[in-house]
Design a binder for this molecule. Structure first.
Ligand code: GRF
Length: 215
C-alpha cells in the first residue's frame, strides 16, 4: 500500500462491502471524519442486499453507493459486477464489514492481500456464523475479534489485529456480542491504519510489521 500515513499526501481509497446493519462501516467512516484514521477515504459502499441498513447510512453520509443483488446469481457473475464497481471507483483496499457472502476465487485474486474482513472471535477459534454465540455456548472465558486479510478459505487469512474480550459470569450471548462489537469498531480502524501505512509484510500467513529506523 502507499506510504500515505508517512505524509506522502496520498490517500488510500477504501471500498466497503456490507450486507446489514453497518456499524463497522459507520465506525470506519467516523474514524476518518474525526481524523483518527489518516491516509484513507471511503470511495464507495457496496451491498448485496438493497435493504441493508448500512447502505441507507452511507447515503445519508453522502457517500457513493451501489447495490448488486446476489440472490439467485452465480457467485462469479455477481462478483464480476462488484469487482468492476470497485475498480471504477479506484478502490485499493476492500473492507468487508458484515458482508454475508463468500468471495469467489476470482475476487480474492483481483485484490491479493488487499481485502480485509472482521470476524467476531479470536480466530482460529469459532470461524463461521454466530461466532459470539459459539464462544458463549462453548464456555470460553476469553473471546474477542479479529481483522484479517481474506484468502480463499473462510475466516482464514493473515491476522492484522486481534482484540480480546473476557466472558463475564453475568454475560448472556447478547451482552457478550455487544462488548465484542465495541472492540470490533476499534480493531477495524487500527487494522486499516496499519495497512495504509504500508509498514508491513505478509510472510506466509503472518502479518509482520517492518522495523522502523533505529529499532
Ligand atoms: C460483525 O459482528 C462482524 O464481525 C461480522 O458481522 C457483523 C457485522 O456487524 N462479520 P455490522 O453490520 O458492522 O454492525
Amino acid at each position: 500500500m502507499r506510504d500515505a500515513a508517512a505524509g506522502g499526501g496520498t490517500t488510500v481509497r477504501l471500498g466497503i462491502l456490507l450486507s446489514g446493519r453497518g456499524s463497522n462501516f459507520v465506525a470506519i467512516a467516523e474514524s476518518i471524519h474525526e481524523g483518527r484514521l489518516k491516509g484513507a477515504e471511503i470511495a464507495v459502499v457496496i451491498s448485496n442486499a438493497a435493504e441493508a441498513a448500512g447502505l441507507a447510512k452511507a447515503r445519508e453520509m453522502g457517500l457513493p453507493t451501489a447495490v448488486f443483488e446476489s440472490r439467485g446469481r452465480r457467485r462469479e457473475e455477481h462478483d464480476a459486477d462488484v469487482i468492476a464497481c470497485l475498480r471504477a471507483h479506484g478502490v485499493e483496499l476492500v473492507c468487508l464489514a458484515g458482508y454475508m457472502r463468500l468471495l469467489s476465487r476470482e475476487f480474492v485474486a483481483a485484490f491479493p492481500n488487499r481485502i480485509l474482513n472482521i470476524h467476531p472471535s479470536l480466530l482460529p477459534a469459532f470461524p463461521g456464523l454466530e461466532a459470539q454465540e459459539q464462544a458463549f455456548a462453548y464456555g470460553a472465558k476469553v473471546t474477542g475479534c479479529t481483522v484479517h486479510f481474506v484468502d480463499e478459505e473462510l475466516d482464514h487469512g493473515a491476522i492484522v489485529v486481534q482484540r480480546a474480550v473476557s466472558v463475564l459470569e453475568t454475560d448472556d450471548e447478547h451482552s457478550l456480542a455487544e462488548r465484542i462489537l465495541k472492540e470490533e469498531h476499534v480493531a477495524y480502524t487500527e487494522a486499516i491504519a496499519r495497512v495504509v501505512s504500508g509498514e508491513y509484510e505478509v510472510r506466509g500467513r503472518k502479518y509482520v510489521k517492518k522495523r522502523g529506523n533505529g529499532e
